[in-house]
Ligand binder design. Structure first.
Ligand code: FBP
Length: 552
């Protein structure tokens, strides 16, 4: 296959490791903290995870560790949405395994968790893996969203692991996939096996983070890719001065991506879903606020601008949140009957009849296309597929109607021509930035160390990330530590808690302190394309979010 000049150069790039991990493999010692507790629902979780609950945090440092050279057989899966750097997790894991014992074997299970259930895998070799170093995408083995859920699926995974004589399984995934990893770790133990399970924090959404997991991989590259494009559009808008651009940004639930892109590009409007929820803003209020900014800019002769809309917004508007929760429950409980309804009208009628009066009214007020999108299939974890809902178009339509009314009343004298964009999939498979290339390689190498030290039910962790890689620190965080009980598919389930944007956190406060100026002035910032080579301040910078969080 012909490869680009950049791909060729990236194959040669040597990712940086935390200092404790870069020496001889038998000179990396592990140390442990105190037993841990889950973030909530301790009693229930202790019961559900009788074998794996409450383990101590693990940290790697320099020191003798003669036992890491065992021959190991490990399986790895990529789970959920693509995120730049997934290939480097695998290369870091592979290099760790081979460095410790050249006879160790790494299997890549194909197409996500279903590869483990169906036992479909490839065995990695140097030649195979070398073709994917520092590249974006998950195409090395593919990914999928199957959830390991039923007794039969758990049993099938165990059978696969036994058949392949696996010592460990590594799950590269987001909050839902790592919840699955925690359940699998517990299951293997209750079945009397010592097969280990290690998770790696992945998702461009940036919502798998806490005190110990500073960011999920892929967030850095995805935000930089979107910010480049937003900056380019900002410059185009300021050149032609005739369009408003409504840009929906990926991020299923949390608005971390929208917030980071706002800090990078300084748009006129950026909606943060978590603020909408906390201030209980209705859709009508959001529309009013946007129309107000459009009118203020028009009054200064600026009939153009940029508005960033987080993909998950719709689920945070109180009346929509209640509607979606009701829809989730009723679709989960009437799945078979609903699937038998063939037309939109039949489906809408059935749903409206089952909703509470208030939600039925909200549902009825939405355009047909949005109603259809809200009734579409949930993902296997029960989530609405918000990337398929055209929130940016809904807002353009509603803002346009409001501005017409304002024009009639004399409070808007400009013009409003708006274009809709969705930046999502184009950010998920870019060549990982140097930050993500280094971070993911380190996470993969750390996953190997957690396995080599006999641990299970842990998430690979690399910290101190706002500093240069020579100050990074590697370790492992017990998965049960991040869990609580939440309502899913109409029942309480143990899950890793999603990290939403904190309104009292430094990134949001920094944005909030500037947004009124950015709304009316044209203050666009142009981040430009990701740079892979050059001075550190151009090509090795972490996200503004990470820097602000760690300064606080
Ligand atoms: P993960 O949480 O699995 O990393 O996926 C994140 C994401 O990219 C969301 O931002 C988006 O809503 C969703 O995946 C899209 O899913 P799909 O790839 O199935 O269309």
């Amino acid at each position: 296959m012909e490869i680009s000049a950049l791909q060729k150069a990236r194959l040669e790039y040597s990712p940086k490791l935390p200092p404790a991990l870069s020496g001889a493999i038998d000179a990396i010692a592990v140390s442990f903290g105190d037993p841990t507790e889950s973030i909530a629902n301790q009693a229930e979780l202790k019961q559900l995870f009788a074998k794996t609950y409450g383990k101590p945090i693990a940290a790697f440092g320099k020191g003798a560790n003669p036992n890491v050279g065992k021959e190991l057989r490990v399986g790895v899966i990529l789970s959920g949405g693509q995120a730049p750097g997934g290939h480097n997790v695998i290369t870091g894991l592979y290099d760790g395994l081979k460095k410790a014992n050249p006879n160790s074997v790494l299997f890549g299970f194909l197409g996500g968790p279903s590869g483990l259930i169906d036992d479909e895998a490839v065995e990695f070799t140097d030649e195979f893996i070398d073709r994917y170093r520092n590249t974006g995408g998950f195409d090395i083995i593919g990914s999928g969203r199957t959830k390991i859920e039923t007794d039969a699926q758990f049993a099938a995974v165990l059978e696969t692991a036994k058949k392949r004589k696996l010592n460990a399984v590594v799950v590269i995934g987001g909050d839902d996939s790592n919840t699955n990893a925690a359940l699998l770790a517990e299951y293997f133990q209750t079945q009397g096996t010592d097969i280990q399970v290690i998770g790696v924090p992945k998702t461009i959404d940036g919502d798998l983070k806490n005190e110990y997991i500073e960011t999920s991989f892929g967030f850095d590259t995805a935000c930089k890719t979107y910010s480049e494009l937003i900056g380019n559009i900002g410059r185009d808008a300021n050149s032609a001065k005739k369009y408003w651009h409504f840009i929906k940004l990926m991020g299923r639930s949390a608005s971390h991506i929208a917030l980071e892109c706002a800090l990078q590009t300084q748009p006129n409007i950026a909606i943060i879903s978590e603020e909408v929820e906390s201030k209980k803003k209705s859709l009508a209020q959001i529309v009013e606020e946007i129309a107000d900014v459009v009118a203020k800019r028009a009054a200064k002769g600026n009939n153009f601008g940029i508005a960033l809309i987080p993909e998950g917004l719709i689920e945070f508007v109180p009346e929509m949140k209640i509607l979606i929760a009701e829809l989730n429950d009723l679709l989960a409980h009437n799945a078979e009957y609903f699937a038998s309804l063939r037309t939109f009208d039949d489906q809408a009628e059935f749903v409206s009849g089952k909703l509470t009066d208030h939600s039925a009214k909200v549902f009825g007020s939405l355009p047909r296309g949005i109603r259809a999108q809200l009734m579409a299939d949930r993902d296997p974890h029960g989530n609405v597929q918000v990337s398929l809902i055209d929130t940016e178009k809904l807002l353009i339509e509603m803002v346009g109607e409001r501005l017409d009314q304002m024009k009639a009343a004399g409070s808007f004298k400009g013009s409003f021509k708006a274009l809709a964009h969705f930046f999502g999939y184009e950010g998920r498979c870019a060549f990982p930035s140097n930050f993500d290339a280094d971070y993911t390689y380190s996470l993969g190498f750390t996953a190997f160390l957690l396995i080599a030290n006999g641990l299970t039910g842990y998430l690979s962790s690399v910290r101190n990330l706002s500093k240069s890689a020579d100050q990074w620190v590697a370790g492992g965080i017990p998965l049960t530590m991040m869990m609580n009980m939440e309502q899913r598919h109409g029942a309480m389930k143990p899950v890793i808690r999603k990290a939403l944007v904190e309104l009292d956190g430094a990134p949001f406060k920094t944005f909030a302190s500037h947004r009124d100026t950015w709304a009316v002035e044209t203050s666009f910032r142009f981040p430009g394309a990701i740079q892979y080579y050059g001075p550190g301040e151009v090509c090795d910078q972490p996200t503004i979010t990470l820097v602000l969080e760690q300064q606080a």
